[in-house]
Design a protein. Sequence first.
Length: 70
Amino acid sequence: MAAVVTEHSETSVGMTPVHDSSATAMRHKEESVFRLKAEGKSMDCIAQEAGVSRSTVTRIFRYVERASAG
């Protein structure tokens, strides 16, 4: 049976397991998305530079909008 990760780190997009390499990679991509947005990049440019799809960029921004709304 695989080990269960019990330690978590809260990111701007939610709770992500600390020791999961795929979660760590996603957290870095999320940080890249926000950095590129702060630089004024377009959605397509953000997706390309962060290495995610345009729909993932949209999903990240929607989640943050909903979280900040209430």
